[in-house]
Design a protein. Structure first.
Lengths: 470, 65
């Protein structure tokens, strides 16, 4: 066991606290020490609540001493993307407009983690209103990548990716509307799970697009993601779009072998115009899965460019509709790029928007038919590793949308189809930047992705590597 | 389906209660234009009875390998 508790995984630290090998205070202090060291370089936290966290940790320790274990995450300190409402707390959503907004309710996903015993460390930075794929933020500054602080983290869950990678929090909630969990997972070298639309309640999570928004974790391992998913998934009277029915045993899924499974590699689109190092890592990842007993086949997917286009039409309109009042009353309080992107929604006629919404069913049906012979599809999360903050700072340049589209090329089709996708650290470039692959599954079959991802992580160590403070 | 021209965008934005300058309308047209072009092959081809809820039906259907 590591002598620095903050370096442990979520699963192992939760067990260590439950078995009284570490107190919650020791673990929380360990995270706070690392936050103090790293925050000036990373800007990953929106708020650090050290005193309150230590007081909550002491309360957790006192409870445990009395035999009162609140749940499987008893006394584990966590921080989350600052868009999950937490009653009585300021939730900025990464924005000037909500800089002082105090939530009056608590997000269902967050409440379920609290019910499992977690301690709040503070809140994590994010792209303004979760509308940006790089990690830039006009109001709070960019979040930096712990593997190279000159590089972006990816967004919009920028603080979540950076803080989990630097071992400042054991895991963090992110959200994924166009790639916002998978991009930071890829650029920062952590495991990220974009869940099926409807798998986890969105009640109390800041909305961006009601058709596309998903809640999910970023963590240090597939096992940790499975633990968090199991706690958060399930029906919620506050969100009728969350599906009913039993929640699968996701932890059990991570113990399965992949012998006999079939994994598809797309014949086009996801393998086109890849950076050569990303292409090499894709090939090496496929070789590992094959060695572990999976059968690898090529799959021909329907036209992914059409899915991307449809995704863009839906997202543009729904985001503009959510923000319309503030666009009228407070346009000056938006960052220039975010306002510019929100204005795009004004140009989409209602009929075009509804066509894009109506096509989702047939498009998903076509995808399921094309992948009927495989258990999952593997593809890169992005064609390149993390670019620098400077080179991707497009601001409100006319080219901004084109740059955003290039970065999110491999994530948006999956959002449009509402499918689950697990980003797993799969290698490093020669410059030392992490690269992740995404496993794309069938609707509500997160268990299959966790099974494959865990098998990969049992025989690789990319997810275990931690960046060093320069 | 063709991308909306800046003049059309100006009119739509005004109707939405968010008037934009000619420069912004041109920028929006160039920014959202590729989405219209990418979706052009689908637009206008969907069957009459296709409900948006079909997505949920497909999503929750039992699909096996």
């Amino acid at each position: 066991m590591s002598t620095e508790p903050a370096l442990m995984t979520l699963t192992s630290v939760a067990q260590a606290i439950a078995q009284k090998k570490f107190s919650s205070r020791e673990v929380t202090q360990s995270c706070l020490d690392r936050i103090a060291q790293w925050q000036p370089s990373l800007n990953a936290f929106m708020a650090i609540e050290a005193d309150a966290a230590l007081a909550a940790a002491d309360a957790a320790d006192a409870d445990l001493a009395k035999g009162n274990n609140r749940g499987v995450l008893h006394g584990v300190p966590l921080a989350h993307k600052d868009m999950y409402y937490d009653a009585g707390k300021v939730v900025t959503c990464g924005s000037q407009i909500r800089r002082d907004f105090v939530a009056t309710t608590t997000a269902t996903s967050l409440q379920r983690l609290k019910d499992a015993g977690t301690v709040r460390l503070g809140s994590l930075q994010m792209s303004e209103f979760a509308y940006g794929p790089t990690g830039h933020n006009a109001h709070f500054g960019p979040v930096h990548n712990p593997w190279d602080i000159a590089c972006v983290t990816g967004g919009s869950s920028s603080g979540s990716g950076s803080a989990v990678a630097a071992r400042l929090t054991f895991a963090a909630l992110g959200s994924d509307t166009g790639g916002s969990i998978r991009m930071p997972a890829h650029f920062c070298g952590v495991t990220g799970l974009k869940t099926t639309v409807g798998r986890i309640s969105r009640a109390g999570a800041m909305p961006l697009s009601q058709s596309l928004d998903t809640v999910g974790p970023l963590a240090r391992s597939v096992e940790d993601c499975a633990l968090l998913l199991g706690l958060m998934a399930g029906a919620d009277p506050e969100d009728p779009t969350a599906i009913t029915g039993p929640v699968p045993d996701y932890a059990a899924a991570t113990t399965g072998s992949i012998k006999g499974l079939t994994i598809g590699v797309p014949s086009a689109f996801y393998v086109d115009d890849l950076d050569s190092e990303v292409a090499g890592i894709l090939e090496a990842t496929v070789a590992v899965l094959k060695r572990e007993g999976a059968t690898i086949v090529q799959v021909e997917l329907p036209d992914q460019r059409q899915l991307t286009a449809a995704c863009q039409l839906v997202l543009a309109v729904e985001a503009a509709a959510f923000h319309k009042r503030w666009m009228i009353e407070r346009p000056q309080d938006y960052g220039a790029q975010v306002l510019m992107r929100l204005q795009n929604g004004l140009a989409v006629p209602g009929v075009s928007y509804l066509e894009a919404v109506r096509w989702r069913g047939p498009a998903l049906s076509a995808h399921l038919a094309a992948t009927s012979g495989v258990d999952a599809v593997i593809a890169p999360v992005a064609p390149v590793a993390a670019p620098t903050i400077a080179e991707s700072d497009v601001g409100n340049s006319p080219d901004a949308e084109a740059v955003i589209q290039r970065l999110t090329r491999f994530t948006r089709p999956i959002n449009y189809l509402g499918l689950p996708s697990l980003a797993i650290p799969s290698g490093f470039t020669r410059a030392g930047l992490p690269v992740a692959m995404q496993l794309i599954g069938r609707s509500f079959d997160e268990a299959m992705l966790l099974r494959i991802g865990a098998a990969f992580q049992r025989v690789t160590d990319f997810h275990d590597r931690a960046p060093k403070l320069a | 389906m063709t991308k909306p021209a800046p003049k059309e965008i100006s009119a739509m934005a005004a109707v939405a209660g968010l008037p934009v300058s000619a420069e912004v309308a041109t920028r929006i047209s160039n920014s959202i234009g590729p989405a219209f072009e990418g979706f052009a092959a689908v637009a206008g081809t969907l069957p009459f009875d296709l409900e948006p809820a079909t997505f949920v039906v497909v999503q929750t259907g039992k699909v096996s390998k």
